[in-house]
Design a protein around this ligand. Structure first.
Ligand SMILES: NC(=O)c1ccc[n+]([C@@H]2O[C@H](COP(=O)([O-])OP(=O)(O)OC[C@H]3O[C@@H](n4cnc5c(N)ncnc54)[C@H](O)[C@@H]3O)[C@@H](O)[C@H]2O)c1
Ligand SMILES: [Mg+2]
Length: 350
């Protein structure tokens, strides 16, 4: 779908109207909603709401899959009235996207601000009955959601968590106020504007040309190995962070590296995962595991990794005691799959 937009450009004394793509009109619309509180409030009238309770999204299960139901403003108002809650609460919602037809999508947490945890949990189960779903831990549900819902819910949870944790100005100590879309918070006293943040993390699949290096932390589920990951230090470039993390965690020097792709990762707080492939200096492949950071690390052959990717069912592999890899949705999985498909693509010097 494309729309003619009001934007016109003057070229050689003719007015020509440029056809804007659906994507462009959608991003312009979302930008407007973030900047204009009145437009955003209006968008709520025809919008749809994803519901959360204490950062757990409302999901409905059908077979082995989860679905995230959306509710209209009217349905939400009825629900709040039924549970004796003020409709003012809708102003806590955050904008998380919109459809191609410009139906704005919001997320609202009905559990976060409850003053009593006993009341909150009572209300939670009653709401679940009313809504014919369950507020499910995102970590549990993430891998059983379709990619679109998974991406929307991780964005929503990250934004709701950020607002919950940034209620006060770090300079004045006064309460901050969110804008209608939830794209920022402002301190009325110090005038400081706070924007939602993500921490940059590099995640690197190291190869020696024929094998790839996988590692596990003690906090990982039993048997799961992944690529090396680490938070960027302040002042570092992505390249510097990759070199440092690989040296810190396994005692190897990166020779070449290549950026692959990035991903927002909501756990435990919002990270921007920057995915890379790296190679180490030939003949310098002896791993020295930093046991403060990792439980184990090792080189895995192309055959071993290919087999693990093919049979990547955590439940059976955990029981067999064999090693297994992160699920499809994780960028680590994508990096490993790329390496299996093209183990010797040529990266740039680090
Ligand atoms: N999506 C994926 O495929 C995937 C795969 C592996 C890891 N991860 C994620 O990557 C992240 C980083 O990996 P890691 O734990 O090995 O990092 P890491 O190697 O940097 O070690 C974590 C330690 O770094 C310190 N640290 C520095 N800056 C920090 C910050 N901004 N926030 C929290 N801790 C900070 C803390 O002491 C913490 O204990 C984790 O949150 C993990 O969930 C994602
Ligand atoms: Mg690490």
């Amino acid at each position: 779908m494309s729309l003619y937009c009001g934007i016109a450009c003057r070229r050689k004394s003719f007015w020509c109207f440029r056809l804007l793509s659906t994507y462009v009109t959608k991003t312009r619309y979302l930008f407007e909603l973030k900047e204009d509180d009145d437009a955003c409030k209006k968008a709520q009238q025809t919008g749809a709401f994803y519901l959360f309770h204490s950062l757990a999204p409302l999901l409905q299960k059908s077979g082995h899959q989860y679905q995230a139901p959306r509710h209209s403003l009217l349905e939400l108002e009825r629900l709040l009235a039924k549970f004796g809650q003020d409709t003012q609460r809708i102003e806590d919602s955050v904008l998380i996207g919109c459809s191609e037809q410009h139906e704005a999508w919001f997320a609202l947490d009905l559990g976060l601000n409850s003053s009593s945890s006993i009341n909150a949990s009572l209300q939670k189960s009653e709401m679940e009955t009313e809504l014919k779903g369950s507020f499910t831990k995102l970590r549990k549900a993430l891998f059983q959601l379709n990619t679109k819902d998974a991406s929307l819910l991780t964005t929503a949870q990250a934004l709701l968590r950020w607002h919950d944790a940034h209620q006060f100005c770090s300079r004045s100590g006064q309460p901050t106020k969110k804008n209608m879309a939830g794209s920022k918070r402002v301190c009325p006293s110090s005038k400081i504007i706070y924007y939602p943040q993500m921490a940059p993390v590099v995640i690197t699949l190291v190869s020696d040309g024929t094998r790839c290096l996988l590692a596990r932390q003690s906090s990982f589920p039993k048997g799961m190995y992944s690529a090396l990951a680490g938070f960027c230090d302040i002042g570092e470039s992505m390249e510097e962070a990759v070199r440092r993390e690989v040296a810190e965690e396994v005692g190897l020097e990166v020779e070449t590296l290549r950026y692959s792709a990035s991903q927002h990762w909501p756990f435990p707080n919002s990270s921007l995962m920057i995915g890379c492939h790296a190679t180490v200096k030939p003949g310098q492949t002896e791993i020295q595991v930093n046991l403060k950071e990792l439980e184990a690390a090792g080189w895995f052959s192309h055959d071993e990794v290919t087999t693990a990717l093919r049979k990547n069912n955590p439940y059976t592999q955990q029981q067999n005691g064999t090693f297994w890899l992160p699920p499809k949705l994780a960028i680590a999985h994508q990096l490993i799959k790329e390496w299996v498909e093209k183990p010797s693509c040529s990266p740039l010097p680090a």
